[in-house]
Design a protein around this ligand. Structure first.
Ligand SMILES: *Cc1c(COP(=O)(O)O)cnc(C)c1O
Length: 382
C-alpha cells in the first residue's frame, strides 16, 4: 500500500504533512517505512515526553490495558485518582478535571471561569495566542487567521497586546472580565516568551480585582520548560491551569487544575467527558509525571543551555527564544526549508510561525542531541 497516496485520497486534507511515513522507533530515534532513522526534535509536538516506546510508560500502559481499558466516568477508577493526587501534590493545586486534549482542557477552564464570574462573562486573552481548534477555543485564540470562515463565534473574548500592561488595563476597564487567559510562552505563536514582570503584574491585577488568572500550559507543562509547570518559573499562583500534550506521554489526555478558590466551581452535572481520564491514558501519565523529578528537570535545563549556546552567534540565526526544551530559532532562510532539508538528512525538527522549533523528548541522549544540532546548524547557515 502506498501510504502517502492513500492518505491523500481518504483523509481530510487538513494537514500539510512532511513526506515521511513513520512506522516505529525507540526513544528519540524514529524509523520510517524504509527503515531510515531520524533524530526526533519535535517529540510529536511536545507530546512524547520520554520519547517513543519509553519502557516505563509502555509497561504502565500495557499493565492497565491488560486490566481494564475503560469504564466511563460513572464509576471510580484507580489510575485517574492516583494521577490527580500526584498532580495536586506536585503543583499545590486542589482538584483536577480530566479530558482528552488541550482544546478540551481549555474548554473546561473557560466554562469554569464563566460560572465563577456570574454576570461577568468576558475573558481577555492575548494577541498571537493559540488555545485550540474548537469553536470556543478558536474564539479565545487571538489570531485573525484562525477566525476566517468559522464565525459566528461565542461572544465574550477580547485580545490584549502581549507584554503591554496598559493595553490589558484598558481592556479590563472596558469589559469587566471574569478572567485573563494566557500562555506563558506562546508556542504556536512563534515561541514568544512573556516578560516575567508583565506576567507578575497581571497576577497582581487579577488578585486585586477578583479576576481569575487562567494559564494555558498545554504545551509548556509537564517539564517542558525545565520547571514542572511554567507558572512555577514565573513565581505566580494561577487560579486554573490547563495542560495536555506531554502529560499523557503519547496517549490523549487533558487536565484542568483548579486551586482552592476555583475547586468548587464545577459541580455535579456542570461538566463531563465520556473518555476523559481514561485509565490507560492515566496510568501512562502517572508514569510520566512521577519521573519529572528535580534531577530530570535540571537535565532539561542543561540541554537547554547547550542548545542556546550552540546557536549563539551562528551565521543565519537571527534570534533564539524559549525555555527549557521548548525553543524557537529565527532564521534567515525560511524555517520550512530548513526543516525539510533536515528531514532529508535524518533530523526532524518542526516550525512555529517563522521559526524552527525544537521540542525534543526531555530525556534525549546528549550524543543524539549534538548530532542533530550539527546537522541543523549546517542547514541554518547560508
Ligand atoms: C496544542 C495546544 C492547544 C490545543 O491542544 P489540542 O490537544 O491540539 O487540542 C491549546 N493550547 C496550547 C498552548 C497548545 O500548544
Amino acid at each position: 500500500m502506498d501510504i502517502m497516496q492513500a492518505d491523500q485520497t481518504y483523509i481530510a486534507s487538513t494537514y500539510k504533512r512532511y513526506g515521511v511515513v513513520f512506522t516505529g522507533g525507540q526513544g528519540s530515534v524514529l524509523q520510517d517505512e524504509d527503515g531510515r532513522e531520524y533524530i526526533d526534535f519535535g517529540g510529536g509536538i511536545a507530546v512524547n515526553t520520554f520519547g517513543v516506546i519509553d519502557e516505563a510508560w509502555r509497561q504502565a500502559v500495557i499493565d492497565q490495558v491488560n486490566r481494564l481499558q475503560h469504564t466511563s466516568n460513572l464509576y471510580y477508577t484507580e489510575p485517574q485518582v492516583k494521577l490527580a493526587q500526584l498532580l495536586c501534590q506536585k503543583t499545590g493545586m486542589s482538584r483536577v478535571f480530566f479530558s482528552n486534549s488541550g482544546a478540551e482542557a481549555n474548554e473546561c477552564m473557560i466554562k469554569a471561569a464563566r460560572k465563577y464570574g456570574g454576570d461577568r462573562k468576558t475573558i481577555i486573552t492575548l494577541q498571537n495566542s493559540f488555545h485550540g481548534r474548537t469553536i470556543a477555543t478558536l474564539a479565545a485564540t487571538g489570531q485573525e487567521a484562525f477566525h476566517q470562515y468559522f464565525d459566528p463565534f461565542p461572544a465574550g473574548f477580547d485580545y490584549a497586546r502581549p507584554d503591554d500592561l496598559d493595553d490589558m488595563i484598558r481592556l479590563l476597564a472596558r469589559h469587566n472580565p471574569c478572567a485573563i487567559m494566557i500562555e506563558l510562552i506562546q508556542g504556536e505563536g512563534g515561541v514568544h516568551v512573556l516578560e516575567p514582570s508583565y506576567v507578575q503584574a497581571l497576577a497582581t491585577l487579577c488578585r486585586a480585582r477578583d479576576i481569575l488568572l487562567l494559564i494555558d500550559e498545554v504545551q509548556t507543562g509537564n517539564g517542558r520548560t525545565g520547571a514542572l509547570y511554567a507558572f512555577m518559573k514565573y513565581h505566580i499562583q494561577p487560579d486554573i491551569v490547563s495542560t495536555a500534550k506531554g502529560l499523557g506521554g503519547g496517549l490523549p489526555l487533558g487536565a484542568t487544575l483548579f486551586n482552592e478558590k476555583t475547586a468548587g466551581v464545577l459541580d455535579a452535572g456542570s461538566h463531563g467527558s465520556t473518555f476523559g481520564g481514561n485509565p490507560v491514558c492515566a496510568a501512562g501519565a502517572f508514569s510520566v509525571l512521577e519521573r519529572l523529578t528535580p534531577a530530570l528537570l535540571s537535565e532539561v535545563e542543561e540541554k537547554s543551555r547547550l542548545i542556546f549556546d550552540y546557536f549563539r552567534g551562528v551565521r543565519g540565526v537571527k534570534s533564539i527564544s524559549g525555555m527549557g526544551l521548548m525553543i524557537g530559532i529565527e532564521t534567515e532562510k525560511p524555517a520550512g526549508e530548513i526543516v525539510a532539508a533536515c528531514l532529508a538528512r535524518g533530523v526532524a525538527p518542526i516550525t512555529a510561525k517563522n521559526r524552527v522549533r525544537l521540542l525534543p523528548a526531555l530525556n534525549i541522549p546528549l550524543d543524539l542531541l549534538k548530532t542533530g544540532l550539527a546537522i541543523l546548524k549546517e542547514e541554518i547557515e547560508p
